[in-house]
Each structure stands twice: as C-alpha cells, then as structure tokens.
Design a binder for this molecule. Structure first.
Ligand code: PLP
Length: 570
C-alpha cells in the first residue's frame, strides 16, 4: 500500500503506544531494532532540535497526547510516496526521495524541509525511519540544520552537482567524450526496451514454473552450510576439479565433445567465454567472421577487442563458408552457432561443418562454437557438436547453463584446445581470477545426482508443447502473412514481417505493453536486413499463447494499420 503525503492517507490508532510498536516492529529496518530514545534525541540534537518527542517512557516516538497533525512552519511538505510493505525499508525510501528531489532541483538549495515530526505525521508512520533518513542526508551533506530554525537543503551545494540524475550520477553518457575509451564508446549506453525481462516472448526466458526449486535449494543450502576455509579461498582458475569432471562426462556423452578435464574452463556464462576468447585470440583490426544475422551480444564482446567484424551470410545450411572465403579468406576466427543458428535457427549441414574445419586448418584460423541451447531439439535427436568432428583442435567450444537451468546462475564452460589452455588461463587470471565456489558445488551434485538430465527431459517436452502452441496460434492469427523460422530447436523462433514494417518501432511500443519482441533487424550488421521478431517461448505457458499472439497481432496492427488477411482457412 502506498502512503502519500499528497493524498494524506493515514491511520490514527487510538492507542499511541500500540501505533508506534506495531509500525516500528513491522516496518522499521533491522538496524533500528535496538533504537532507543537516547539515540533519537542524539539525532534530534544534530538536526537542530525540535525533532524528537517529549520524553516519555523511553519508547521512541511515543506520544503522551493523542497524535495531532502539526502544520510545518515555513516548510512545504514535499510529495513523497512510501510503501509500507515495499522491498526497501522506509528510511531508505524517504532518503532516496529527498536525495532525488534535491539533485533534481525540485527542492532548492536553502529551502526548508519539514521537521521529522510533521513528515512522520503526514506519512502516518513512526518518526524513527524519518529520523534515520534525515541523519543520513545530514551526514552526506544534502541538508543542514540551523539551530532553532529547522532543517534546510544545504545552501552551498554546487551547481555542477545539482541537475544530475541520481541513478546515473557520475556516469559519462557521451560516447564522444575523450575521457572514456573509443571502444567502450562503441557499445550502446542504454539497454534496449526489449532486453530480456519476464513476460511474453522475452528471449532467454526459461520455464521458471517448472524448475525443481526444492532439489536445487536443498543442494545450495547443503553446500552453503558446509563451507570450509578451502572453499572460501581463491581456487583453480579453470574451475573446481569435481565440477569439471561432471561437465566433461556430460559433454562426451550428450554432445559428442572430444575433451579431457584439463581442457575445461568453468566460466560465468557464455558471454564471459565469448569475451575471454576475444581477449585471447584477437587484436585491434583482426578480421573475424560473424554470422549475419547473428547474436547481438557477441558483437558487443568483439567490439571491445577493436577487431574487424566480417558479417558472413547464413542460409538454410548455416554459415555460408564459401561466401566467408570470398569476403575475407584470412579471418583469424569464425564465431558460429552450428547446432541452432542464432537467430534464424538453421542447423549447419555436415558438408558446411567439414568445409569450415578445412578452412580453419588450412588458414590457421580458429572456430568458436557457441552451443548455447542444443539440448532442446524437438523433431530429432540433438545434433552432435562440431568440436567432436575436429581431430586437429581448432575449435573452442562454449556451452551454458542459462537455458537448461536459469540465466542468473551465470555458469557456463569452455572446452579449450590444448595449445591454448595456458593462454586462456593467463587471461582469466587477469580477468576475474576464478569462479565462485558455491554454485559449482551445488551444480556438480545436481548433475551427478541425475537431476539435470531429468530436468532436461521434462523441459524438452514442455518447451515442445509451448512451441507447438505458439506456432499454431501464429498460423491461426497470421496465416501465410508471416514466415516462421527456426522452430525445430531451442527456446525461440523467428517470425518475419511483410515489407513496409519497422520491427524496432513495433518492439519499442510493444515493450510498453509488457510484450517483449526482440527485433530481428537488430541481429544484422549490414544493410540487407529482414524485419521481424525473435520470439522466446520458454517462459510462456502453452495455454496463454493464443492470447499473447493476439496481443502481438494488435501491436503489429497498431503500428502500421496492418489488418492482415488470416483467420479464414487456417
Ligand atoms: C547465441 C547465444 N549464445 C549464448 C547465450 C547465453 O548466454 P549466457 O550464457 O551468457 O547467459 C545466448 C542467450 O540467449 C545466445 O542466444
């Protein structure tokens, strides 16, 4: 529930003691548990007096007389909304609100602010959190107290300081600024509106509703309870031996990867692996093949190395190797998603795989295989990795638990060719030293205990149902107006739009409605761009798909007056 000064909602309990005790025990942050009157009076003194209650029985904020709202003298009560049951403690909400108002000049230097008593009265809360917030603002120099006169916004706050938005204070937003590096300036500053969030069609969402929470939290709790000094120390930069053994067994059997435990490095998800690979393999201006269209976040990782991106078209057989050779035969690395091309979904044919390996061997290039969601294939068995086809170790293999388990786990792995292991180790040690212990231990047990394969079997079935529901709903709503691509595997598919649409405009507007449509055009580097959407289906229940697809249709129609011609006959 919001308590806002503007609408003056407050509960006045007849028993003032009950009021204070109830509010403070429910709402006061932990650090105030031991709060006593002496402390309140101390703060009161720092705030220039007039803030604490008259002494009573030692209970802070206790009133002798029934509460009476006092009009602030000289101070306008600012608009503050606090949430009694919000995640943030009350003192923090009040502090944040004042800080923002001061920084944004809604409260001017020298302006008087209400006494803690009147603000607490106005909000209908105990004065303890108000005192805490004021004390913090005072300590940080946002407000000052003038003896006998009250509390004021500090009059000497510099202009430079003011006007800054609190959430981004100190962040340089201008990429042309010469105080940040040129390559970091090439990265987008803000997240796009369609960046993964919980909701329909968001890419990268898993079936959270079917996650084995009980087993997982038991394992995490078990390992959290038996933390030893050895597991608290810096550890092997390759990752825990036990976890890597489990991963190696899984990869050999489920993904036909050719590996020894000594080649496996545990990383913080695929993105970390992509970044490490760029640091090890690339120099400024080094030419690199990337798939066109391809994975946008790979481009971000590569951009930081200053390398030269060579977009190579993909078709129904995956990356067009011959086109790559024509465009840039001497590229040093090819980044590919052969099991399930991102985003269009093709599986790289055996002929192309062999062609790519042959090119890598003859030109001394490396292949980075991003095997991000290969566990999920619906119409055939999962296809074997490309790494397993390569006797000459030119392939760096990357996998992640973001799809099979959950993305915030931030655990993934690389299989590094023996000749590169020491290089990767050196770079990792310059980077984040080693992975953290707890989740490696829990996950080793989760996999070793058979929970992982059980979970994959279960979710494969579930995602197949969600995918079927989505494709059926798309066919029903759009008929042949759109093309559906890449629905054979993974947790997303692509729909293309007829000519004349701007996928980005539709996506930006749809995001405001809680519909997360990743625009297909953003997966392209070049100018030959297809418009459409990358639609995640992992996080949406099958039964909800028809409704969500109707929303999608509305979003598209809203953008361009498009009515489509589906319905009949489908
Ligand atoms: C092509 C590709 N690679 C990797 C990942 C997974 O990234 P991470 O392991 O960093 O969560 C994704 C996630 O959507 C992806 O689409």
């Amino acid at each position: 529930m919001y308590i806002a000064t503007s609408i003056r909602i407050r509960t006045v309990l007849s028993d003032a003691r009950r009021n204070v005790v109830a509010i403070s025990s429910q709402l006061a942050p932990k650090q105030y548990d031991h709060y006593d009157c002496a402390k309140a009076r101390l703060l009161d003194a720092r705030l220039g007096g007039g803030h604490t209650e008259r002494p009573g029985d030692g209970t802070p904020g206790r009133r002798r007389n029934p509460p009476m709202r006092r009009k602030p003298r000289g101070a306008v009560l600012p608009m503050i909304a606090v949430q009694r049951k919000g995640e943030k403690p009350l003192h923090r909400q009040i502090y944040d609100a004042f800080r923002a108002m001061i920084l944004e000049r809604r409260l001017q230097p020298g302006q008087q602010i209400p006494s803690t008593r009147s603000l607490a009265d106005e909000l209908g809360i105990s004065r303890i959190p108000v005192l805490g917030a004021y004390a913090q603002l005072l300590a940080e120099g946002y407000i000052e107290s003038r003896s006998g006169a009250g509390t004021f916004v500090t009059s000497s706050l510099s202009d430079q300081f003011l006007g800054a938005r609190p959430a981004v204070a100190g962040v340089v937003n201008d990429p042309s600024s010469d105080t940040i590096s040129r390559v970091s300036g090439l990265l987008p500053v803000e997240r796009t509106p369609w960046f993964p969030s919980a909701g329909a069609f968001s890419v990268g969402q898993i079936a959270y509703d079917h996650f084995p929470f009980r087993v997982w939290s038991d394992l995490v709790t078990h390992h959290a309870r038996r933390v030893r000094a050895s597991s608290m120390n810096y550890s092997d930069p390759m990752g825990s031996e036990e976890f890597r053994e489990v991963i190696a067994t899984y990869l050999r059997t489920a993904r036909a990867v050719n590996c020894e435990v000594s080649q496996i490095m545990v990383v913080n998800g695929s993105q970390h692996a992509l970044d490490l690979s760029a640091r090890v393999l690339l120099d400024a201006d080094t030419p690199v093949w990337i798939e066109e269209p391809g994975y946008e976040l790979l481009r971000h990782a590569l951009t930081l190395s200053g390398c030269r991106l060579v977009p190579v078209p993909v078709d129904g057989e995956g990356l067009d190797v011959a086109a790559g050779v024509r465009l840039c035969p001497n590229a040093r690395v090819a980044y590919v998603t052969p099991s399930h091309q991102y985003p269009l979904g093709a599986t790289m044919s055996a002929a192309r795989r062999l062609q790519l390996l042959e090119w890598a061997h003859s030109s001394g290039a490396w292949i980075v295989e991003d095997d991000y969601d290969s566990e999920y294939r619906y119409e055939s068995m999962p296809v074997a990795s490309m790494q397993g086809l390569d006797p000459g170790s030119r392939v760096i293999y990357i996998g992640t638990f973001s799809k099979t388990l959950f993305p915030s786990l931030r655990l993934g792995y690389m299989v590094i060719p023996p000749a590169l292991v020491s290089r990767f180790l050196a770079v990792r040690q310059a980077n984040d030293l080693c992975p953290s212990h707890l989740y490696q231990a829990a996950l080793a047990d989760f996999i070793g205990g058979g929970h992982f394969s059980r979970h994959i079997r279960k979710t494969r079935q579930l995602y197949a149902e969600r995918r079927n529901a989505l494709t059926q709903a798309l066919r029903k709503e759009f008929g042949s107006e759109i093309e559906i691509l890449g629905a054979e595997a993974g947790m997303h598919l692509v729909v293309t739009l007829p000519p004349g649409f701007s996928d980005r405009k539709i996506s930006a507007r749809a995001a405001q409605e809680g519909l997360w449509l990743w625009p297909l055009s953003s997966a392209y580097v070049g100018t030959d761009v297809r418009q459409g959407f990358i639609l995640g289906f992992g996080g949406t229940k099958a039964g909800e798909m028809p409704h969500q697809v109707r929303r999608l249709r509305k979003a598209i129609r809203g953008e361009s007056g498009y009515e489509g011609r589906p319905k009949s006959g489908h």
